[in-house]
Design a binder for this molecule. Structure first.
Ligand SMILES: CC(C)(COP(=O)(O)OP(=O)(O)OC[C@H]1O[C@@H](n2cnc3c(N)ncnc32)[C@H](O)[C@@H]1OP(=O)(O)O)[C@@H](O)C(=O)NCCC(=O)NCCS
Length: 148
């Protein structure tokens, strides 16, 4: 059995000019309400830095990561996701490598994740710490319902 995208070549880029909304299908897996493709593209373009993994043959973004930053000392990585059919191929690792490249000048680079993912982020020298959060589910009202 061939996995989706198993034979495809993946390109990585931080240039979002050629990324279109219709290339951003299938993300936010498991969310009861998920951001629209328009919001998705806007958050990528509005970030300090975003990197996408593109399956050129399928004309599809298959993974993305973004970084918010003050550009001086601090940065935050709010999103990292690889489409299910493309996971376990090193795409997340390559996106993390690229988003972190050249950020040694920042004092802090933070992200929030489930405990199960701490060993994954430890690969990038990220250590565990406590955090404080607020979430507003209403911000996603009006977004498309999740995939069945
Ligand atoms: C977590 C995620 C980004 C990893 O990307 P990926 O391209 O599949 O990962 P890579 O191929 O670079 O690395 C694979 C390794 O990650 C580990 N890994 C993947 N998902 C994991 C999870 N949820 N918990 C713990 N480890 C995980 C795998 O066990 C594998 O380990 P191995 O190399 O020892 O076999 C991806 O699985 C994903 O998008 N998951 C859903 C969204 C998500 O959880 N995003 C992170 C939000 S903080």
């Amino acid at each position: 059995m061939t996995l989706p995208g198993a034979a495809s070549v993946i390109d990585y880029t931080d240039d979002l000019t050629s990324v279109r909304e219709d290339m951003l299908r299938g993300f936010f897996v498991g969310w009861p309400k998920r951001p629209s493709a328009r919001q998705h593209l806007a958050l990528l373009r509005g970030s300090y830095r975003s990197v996408v993994a593109v399956d050129e043959a399928a004309q599809r973004v298959v993974g993305f990561v973004n970084m918010l930053s003050d550009g001086v000392l601090t940065a935050f990585i709010p999103w990292l996701e690889i489409l299910p059919g493309y996971q376990g191929r090193g795409i997340g690792t390559e996106l993390m490598r690229r988003i972190l490249a050249g950020t040694e000048r920042f004092y802090s680079i933070d992200l929030v994740c489930d405990e199960a993912l701490l060993p994954y982020y430890a690969r990038f020298a990220m250590i565990s710490a406590s955090s404080a959060l607020v979430r507003h589910p209403g911000a996603l009202e009006g977004c498309p319902p999740a995939d069945p």
